[in-house]
Design a protein around this ligand. Structure first.
Ligand code: GLC
Length: 567
């Protein structure tokens, strides 16, 4: 029996050196922090910026390059902060602007970059612009900054078109005029508390240029751009006609998403990003129908990266994975952008739970499934992902192997789409449960002892805490630490677009990455569901489960990925 974690030295280059690297984003590992659920310094049950700041050394030691923070701006929290009332203010629930400044400074001192979330498709209905537009009534020019329209029907009682909200229900809400009579309707592709901006209006464009500069001046290293494919709508807001329920992934071309006009916006944003030193980046959250359409967002004069949702949506099946890996790499080649890889985020069921269930159930699952199998596959999937060329995203808690919490009672749920019929995203609270750091009782170090957490943590999470896993070579946390350190140190595991598939039995994926100096990394993932014996290609570096040597062969257990160095 071989110890499944080969000894891995600390990174060859200290994080601070890595962060100074040119083109740092081409192979960066970017860790998503969901501020509500990461660490709670003031004990109110909700995570906050001082909490995140106190945990930055953990992230440095984990070995990531950058941290992406989901929104912490002033917000009524109708969609957990993706409804922004003031883009230049920190919500008191999360701290102050000074806390944000300290967080950015501390991160930089530790060699970590900070990427903030920008939500340009819509504001909160409490945003001053929207409130003013409502107050001033139908004739107000301020209404042109959003999409206000008269209704159809005899008395305007029918929505202006047939678009549906991604969260379920119509994408339009009727307003009341200042005199109390029923008024125009406004468009919201998400919750009614999230009115869509009209990006044809120059004031909207200028405002976002100023917001970009506001945060760039404070030192952020980039922006994750929320619903980047939604800003521009087809002229005239035409009906969709007969269609499937509106979804972010899996919806073909529509008049609401992925219109060609969005690209001009990102070309301008790129010139702003490039004015600042140190390679500040833009990352598109663009749910497009194909990888090729995604590539348009990362042309050389547009954004730097786009999330690879086709990869996220793939099942744990060798054929499907190989196809999406090939298509993703191929799609990015003509534009020269790095491919990204992502398995989990705050909008989907965690991959440890997705892979615990039958394939084909999608990315919103409320079934716990076979937890042991899910964790085993998740570990194998993560090791596979971290060997692929390009940049990878890690969602907080996946390094602990956290499953989704699938049995949250209705009364604690906050996801707005859970309460709207036919919404696609109703189960998102399950991946947003606060992180267990230490101790044997909730809130497990998320906040002060005896405190609480805004979503309840399951009793079994005591065994999954950072404290419980640190130093245990068989733990998922130590697997991630070893994999990230190895990835940083091994020259073949950079962002360079090279991957050579190797012959392998059905259901086994095996590829090599070769560095310019000729050193080779072989990654083999056994997705067959049973043990497979393969020739040992070199020296074992890391494996997601213990391996058995059989002379010149290695027995790869089911759902296991291994890395070897050769040459
Ligand atoms: C993005 C966010 C999601 C949010 C939605 C509306 O998809 O990731 O959390 O609900 O946009 O802003």
């Amino acid at each position: 029996m071989t110890q499944h974690l080969a000894t891995t030295d600390r990174p060859a280059d200290a994080p601070a050196d890595a962060a100074r690297r040119a083109d740092w984003w081409r192979d960066a590992v970017i860790y998503q922090v969901y501020p509500r659920s990461f660490a709670d310094a003031n004990g109110d049950g909700m995570g906050d910026l001082p909490g995140i700041r106190s945990r930055l050394p953990y992230l440095r030691d984990l070995g990531v390059d950058a941290v992406w923070l989901s929104p912490f701006y002033a917000s009524p929290q109708a969609d957990a902060g993706y409804d922004v009332a003031d883009y230049r203010a920190v919500d008191p629930m999360f701290g102050t602007l000074a806390d944000a400044d300290h967080l950015i400074a501390d991160a930089h001192d530790l060699g970590l970059r900070i990427i903030v979330d920008l939500v340009p498709n819509h504001s909160s209905d409490q945003h001053e612009w929207f409130q003013q537009a409502l107050r001033e009534g139908p004739a107000s020019p301020l209404r042109e900054r959003y999409h206000f329209r008269p209704g159809k029907g005899d008395s305007g009682e029918v929505p202006p078109n047939d678009w549906e909200s991604v969260f379920g229900g119509p994408a339009w809400t009727r307003t009341e005029n200042p005199d109390g009579t029923p008024g125009d309707w406004y468009l919201h592709l998400f919750a009614p508390e999230q009115p869509d901006f009209n990006w044809e209006h120059p004031a909207v464009r200028e405002e976002f240029h100023a917001i970009l500069r506001f945060w760039l001046d404070r030192g952020v290293d980039g922006f994750r751009i929320d619903v980047a494919h939604g800003l521009v709508k087809a002229a005239g807001l035409p009906d969709l006609g007969a269609h499937d329920p509106m979804k972010l992934l899996g919806t073909g071309a529509t008049p609401c998403f992925d219109q060609d006009g969005v690209h001009e916006i990102y070309r301008t944003w790129r010139t702003i990003l490039d004015e600042y030193p140190g390679q500040r980046i833009g990352v598109a959250e663009a749910w497009t129908p194909t990888a090729r359409r995604t590539a348009d967002y990362v042309r050389p004069d547009e954004l730097h990266q786009a999330f690879n949702f086709q990869y996220l949506a793939s099942s744990w099946q060798a054929g499907a994975l190989r196809q999406v890996i090939d298509e993703s790499l191929e799609a990015m080649r003509p534009v020269g952008a790095p491919t990204t890889w992502v398995l989990s985020n705050h909008d989907v069921t965690r991959h440890a739970t997705r892979f615990a269930n039958e394939p084909g159930l999608g990315t919103q699952i409320r079934l716990a499934g076979d937890r042991e199998l899910g964790l085993r596959r998740a570990r194998a999937a993560s090791l596979l992902m971290l060997a692929l060329p390009g940049s990878a995203y890690v969602y907080q808690g996946e390094e602990l192997g956290l499953p989704d919490v699938t049995d949250l009672p209705d009364e604690v749920r906050q996801d707005p789409s859970y309460f709207r019929a036919a919404g696609q995203d109703g189960f998102r609270d399950g991946c947003r449960v606060p992180i267990p750091w230490s101790g044997s009782e909730a809130p497990y170090g998320f906040g002060p002892e005896g405190g609480r957490s805004w979503l309840p943590q399951p009793a079994e999470w005591a065994h999954l805490s950072v404290e419980a896993q640190a130093g245990d070579p068989t733990s998922t946390l130590e697997l991630y630490r070893a994999a990230l350190a190895f990835r940083r140190a091994h020259p073949a595991l950079g962002g360079a677009d090279n991957l050579t598939w190797q012959d392998a039995p059905d259901g086994v994926l095996s590829f090599e990455r070769t560095s310019p100096d000729g050193s080779v990394l072989r990654c083999t993932a056994n997705i067959t569901g049973h043990p497979v014996t393969v020739p040992s290609p070199g020296e074992l570096a890391l494996a997601s489960e213990p391996l058995t040597q059989d002379g010149p062969h290695t027995v790869l257990p089911a759902d296991t990925t291994a890395w070897w160095t050769t040459g």
